[in-house]
Ligand binder design. Structure first.
Ligand code: C2E
Ligand code: MG
Ligand code: MG
Length: 403
């Protein structure tokens, strides 16, 4: 268990607030009953791999296996605290309220032996109680602050989803041959009432880690298809609308059913919907990926690989996947025409993409020189500030009408 195999574990030491008062006023039997219910609530929060044990008195320890981020431990601690704050119903009294404080320490960061970890978790518990009970604290204060900020941001983001503060901006995709806008990529923004427009890079990673991306992704898909249907009804020409699918959504496997439902509900034509999946998303799910992609394809949806070249960059494995479009990552476009290597890579991706039967789109085109180079190399379409930044639905229609 304590071997240095690169895994991270979290040790939570939990102490009940106001337990003694219950014990004193209602008696030991009630106290025992309460402890039993506390153990049940804690266990209900945990995964099968995690462990919980009673240390004696009103102290429990929880061992969280394989946590990815230090904040993961705080998230569990926060949930346990919230669970234990709800009233308990005992045989003698049906509205018993207690609370809990939790100290957290991480293996191997805060210690590599059980004794050391227990000591440090105990220190952390002391800090949590000192901070005013009903809180968690890490062994190191900086982690506590980071985790608190993270959790606060997560709950604001959750609220943002509920209060419909998310917006979609559309960035035109232009066909080289005709020079026309033939589609758009849907890019989410957060219209925060206080902070203004928040860019996705400030909240998508947090949404990914907390699992909120599933709800956000579903909303983006629905809203984009709804908007797309409305544009068709208003007489705009058919456009391909591209929606980003996060690796997390892809991993869950119910993406096919979700897409089917959204298409059905909105009446947006499947052949006008393009789903963008990143290389990482594909690589993480290699076995399932082909099955999922095939079933999306069977619904008539188009598939694109996003940010191509930024990750594993293997054109070889791409031939296994049923894709329609390959999007060359902006990082290869940036240094055209100054960086010979990048120019050759970009040209090779275009050529190889075509051999594999894909259309190739260049991302992040900003200059006329980049545009000319890509056109000469036979790239099919592009997206970038040279045409337009992502804009609101209203502004996007104006762009289209200007043509
Ligand atoms: P992405 O999917 O690769 O989207 C392209 C990003 O490049 C967009 O950034 C776009 O504004 C930016 N971009 C396009 N052309 C240019 C250019 O010429 N110059 C420069 N400097 N930038 C350009 P944005 O909107 O900030 O989105 C960033 C990333 O956030 C996206 O990268 C995507 O990975 C993620 N994202 C955005 N919306 C969603 C969403 O609804 N779901 C998911 N899962 N991810 C999203
Ligand atoms: Mg994208
Ligand atoms: Mg991209």
């Amino acid at each position: 268990m304590w071997s240095g195999d690169g895994r991270q574990m979290g040790l939570l030491m939990l102490d009940l607030d106001r337990f003694k008062a219950v014990n004193d006023s209602l008696g030991h039997l009630a106290g025992d009953e309460l402890l039993q219910q506390v153990a049940e609530r804690i266990t209900a929060r945990l995964r099968d791999v995690d462990m919980v044990a009673r240390l004696g008195g009103d102290e429990f320890i929880v061992l969280l296996e394989d946590i990815v981020q230090p904040e993961d431990a705080a998230r569990v601690a926060k949930e346990i605290i919230a669970d234990l704050n709800r009233p308990f119903c005992l045989s003698m009294s049906d509205n018993v309220r207690i609370g809990a404080s939790i100290g957290i320490c991480l293996y191997p960061k805060h210690g590599d032996s059980p004794e050391l970890l227990m000591d440090h978790a105990d220190d952390a518990l002391y800090q949590a109680k000192d901070a005013g009970r009903g809180c968690f604290a890490y062994f190191s204060e900086d982690l506590t602050l980071v985790a608190q900020e993270r959790i606060a941001l997560e709950s604001r983001l959750r609220q943002a989803v509920e209060q419909q503060e998310l917006r979609i901006f559309y960035q035109p995709q232009v066909d080289f041959a005709s020079g026309h806008i033939v589609g758009a990529e849907a890019l989410v923004r957060w219209q925060d009432p206080v902070d203004g427009l928040v860019q996705p890079l400030s909240f998508i990673p947090i949404a990914e880690e907390s699992g909120l991306i599933v709800e956000i992704g579903a909303w983006v898909l629905h809203e984009t298809c709804r908007q797309g249907r409305q544009w068709l009804d208003e007489g705009l020409p058919p456009l391909t609308l591209a929606v980003n699918v996060s690796p997390h959504q892809f991993r869950r496997g119910d993406i096919c059913a979700m897409v089917a439902t959204v298409l059905d509900e909105t009446g947006f034509p499947p052949e006008q919907l393009e789903l963008e999946i990143t290389e990482t998303g594909l690589m993480e799910n290699q076995e399932n990926a082909v099955v999922i992609l095939n079933s999306l394809r069977a619904q008539g949806v188009r598939l694109a690989i996003d940010d191509f070249g930024s990750g594993y960059s293997s054109l070889g494995y791409l031939k296994n996947f049923p894709l329609d479009v390959l999007k060359i990552d902006k990082s290869f476009i940036d240094d055209i025409p100054f960086h010979q290597d990048d120019m050759e890579i970009a040209a090779t991706i275009v050529a190889m993409g075509h051999i594999l039967g894909f259309k190739v789109l260049a991302e992040g085109v900003e200059t006329a020189a980049q545009l000319a180079f890509l056109q000469e190399k036979g790239c099919d379409s592009y997206q970038g500030y040279i045409k337009s930044q992502p804009v609101s639905a209203h502004e996007f229609v104006e762009l289209l009408r200007k043509k």
